[in-house]
Ligand binder design. Structure first.
Ligand SMILES: [Zn+2]
Length: 84
């Protein structure tokens, strides 16, 4: 049997502010990146899917943040210095 952490679903004020797992910075939950590491099937009996939350700065530091197409388009329009 595995003990599964139950997340409070439904109503219930959970003023549980999440923080970045890397820099321990307090970040509003709405601004946290969700990183999910899913093990391959061959290792699924040794590892379980992990979930971490980190701030945009750390996501960028790990090259895990991708700018949305909207931002890319805006950058493309604004920057004429180099095309490529
Ligand atoms: Zn961070």
């Amino acid at each position: 049997m595995t003990s599964v952490e139950r997340t409070s679903d439904g109503t219930g004020e959970s003023a549980h502010d999440r923080e970045c797992y890397r820099c321990d910075r307090d970040v509003a939950p709405a601004r946290l990146f969700r990183l999910v590491s899913e093990p391959p099937a061959a290792l699924s009996h040794d590892y379980q899917t992990g979930e971490r939350f980190c701030c945009p700065d750390c996501a960028a530091a790990m090259n895990l943040s991708e700018f949305s197409e909207r931002l890319k388009a805006r950058a493309r329009r604004g920057a004429n210095s180099s095309d490529g």
